[in-house]
Design a protein around this ligand. Structure first.
Ligand code: SF4
Length: 554
């Protein structure tokens, strides 16, 4: 069945959009698709592909898959074809999509709020072992990604995941993707407000709903009541950040329009305070604006950040209030700058109920099915059966009695999961990269892991918090622009003039209330081989020249 534009969310007269009448906005009557992506979504809602996967493709095999489903609609169920092995980064931009496609898939499991039970974690581990050659990566959006998935196995994987309350629904595609949440929601001693009920309500009302399954592009969201600002709210399309209102008490400060990629923008505050019970309504208003007013003509302008940049915060808030909510929002305060420099919850921390949570760091988010199963066993033995993923590619075991902490830490360390990691292991993230990603130019995961090992060996005494984000291309899935050292994969020339894998370096980016983008260091490109030497030089110079109390990020 074709996806039809929904009825406008309000009877209020449509606002004038001036020079953007030609941007393909539904709200000004542009229902005729202006590009192939919009046409494909109009032809058939992405959610409908599930039936074809279950009844046709999984039975008849990879070659039976309609190309429009293969490179489009399958994303609505968390499936992307992965990169054919052996194709170097120099050919990424020149090959046709079908030449890059392998017959195996990446499958993304959405983990809203990063919340998992050990029962769910075991199933993820089993699926990884049985169907994904043991792969399982924790992403910086709290998801877990499998690779090497065969189309024949997808229905059985869904059956197993859904039996324990997990899903891949709208894990990718032009949809409301996973809702980030503080991984210590409900347990942290310093929590301002627990956003979990809002995440659950957003999920119940909007995920898999065909009124919101044809957005201009992806829609990223975050809800956190932690004073650590632990969900990278600045780079989400909509974010709710815990604040204490002087009259109304705890609630959320509303941010819109953040996003990185090749045209990065930090989210802006609308100056509005949202109580917990109204978060889902406001989410619905913002996503409604995106659906109705979002730009659909050009794919690279189809994120909410461009609309927010054109309208400005004041106008965006007016449209939200008048056309979508039908009421004014309460003015509210901004969040405060966090005291702690790490936002990842790694280490041993006391919960508000007197028990402890234990955060630990694999290397660059890479684990495997067998390790996940062992983590589940450890969490059951030492905690209450609750684990969390973080937006920094880390994990946490919750509810550990004090007497059990040391035993759990020892068990995790035995799996090479560090509770007290070096700043390099703690602060380095990497995207999927050329191993599986069709857009990649360079290798990232193995490169990031090797960099960590090398820096630990060369700089054993370095103890400053820092972030090193390794990305395989300009798309910035691992947040190039907001790291202390952001690395953008590209081909560079080595000393002998040969094109080799390397990185454009961005220095001095940050998140938090001092958020800003790193400076692209003009002309500073390093080959992948040179990377450890380069980072070592930068860190040694900092250690030598820093003033008292100066942090690397400053
Ligand atoms: Fe792929 Fe580029 Fe995203 Fe890395 S940054 S996962 S290479 S699209």
């Amino acid at each position: 069945m074709a996806a039809t534009p929904p009825t406008p969310a309000t009877d209020a007269p449509r606002r004038k959009t001036g020079r953007h009448r030609g941007e393909g906005q539904w709200a000004v009557g542009h229902f005729t698709p202006l590009n192939a992506n919009e046409q494909a979504k109009k032809d058939d809602d992405g959610l409908n592909v599930r039936t074809r996967i279950e009844t046709i493709y999984s039975k008849a095999g990879f070659d039976s898959i309609d190309p429009g489903d293969l490179r489009g609609r399958m994303r609505w169920w968390g499936l992307y074809t992965q990169r054919k092995p052996g194709i170097d980064g120099g050919r990424t931009a020149v090959l046709a999509p079908e030449e890059l496609d392998d017959e195996f898939f990446m499958l993304r499991v959405r983990i809203d709020g990063g919340r998992l039970t050990t029962c769910q974690l075991r199933v993820i581990g089993e699926v990884s072992e049985e169907f994904a050659r043991g792969t399982a990566d924790i992403t910086d959006r709290q998801n877990i990604q499998f690779h090497w998935i065969r189309i024949e196995d997808v229905p059985e994987i869904w059956r197993r995941l859904e039996a324990v309350g997990l899903s891949t629904t709208e894990a990718c595609g032009d949809t409301p993707r996973v809702i980030l949440g503080s991984p210590v929601a409900g347990i942290a001693e310093d929590e301002i407000i627990d956003g979990t009920p809002a995440i659950e309500e957003i999920h119940r009302r909007f995920i898999g709903d065909r009124d919101f399954s044809n957005l201009p592009r992806k829609f990223k969201s975050a809800v956190s009541g932690s004073p650590l600002l632990d969900v990278a709210h600045e780079i989400n399309d909509v974010a709710f950040v815990g604040v204490e209102h002087p009259e109304h008490g705890p609630g959320f400060d509303l941010w819109v329009g953040g996003g990185l990629s090749t045209n990065p923008k930090l989210g802006v505050r609308l100056g509005a305070w949202v109580p917990l019970e109204e978060v889902a309504d406001v989410f619905g208003g913002v996503i409604g604006i995106f659906r109705d007013y979002g730009y659909r003509r050009l794919r690279n302008r189809a994120r909410l950040k461009f609309l927010v940049a054109d309208w400005g915060a004041r106008e965006f808030r007016r449209v939200l209030e008048e056309e979508y909510l039908g009421r004014a929002l309460v003015d509210g305060p901004a969040p405060e700058q966090p005291v702690a420099q790490w936002r990842d919850h790694v280490g041993v921390h006391r919960q508000k109920d007197g028990r402890f949570y234990v955060g630990f760091a694999p290397r660059v988010g890479r684990v495997d099915g067998a390790t996940l199963t062992k983590i589940a066993a450890l969490a059951e033995e030492h905690g209450s059966g609750r684990v969390r993923t973080t937006a920094e590619q880390k994990m946490i075991v919750l509810d550990v009695p004090e007497a059990q902490v040391q035993s759990l830490v020892a068990g995790l360390e035995a799996l090479d999961l560090r509770v007290a990691p070096s700043p390099f292991r703690r602060g380095t993230m990497a995207c999927t990269g050329i191993e599986f990603c069709k857009l990649a130019i360079v290798e990232t995961k193995a490169r990031g892991a090797a960099l960590i090992d090398e820096l630990e060996r060369r700089l054993p005494d370095f103890d400053e918090p820092l972030t090193i984000n390794v990305n395989g291309c300009p798309n910035a899935c691992a947040r190039i622009q907001v790291a202390d050292i952001g690395l953008k994969g590209q081909l560079v020339l080595d000393d002998e003039g040969r094109q080799v894998e390397g990185f454009q370096v961005h220095l001095g980016g940050a998140l938090g209330l001092e958020a800003g983008f790193g400076r692209k260091v003009r002309g500073l490109k390093v080959t992948s081989e040179e990377l450890p030497d380069y980072v070592e030089r930068v860190l040694r110079r900092f250690a030598k020249e820093r003033n008292d109390g100066e942090r690397f990020a400053q």
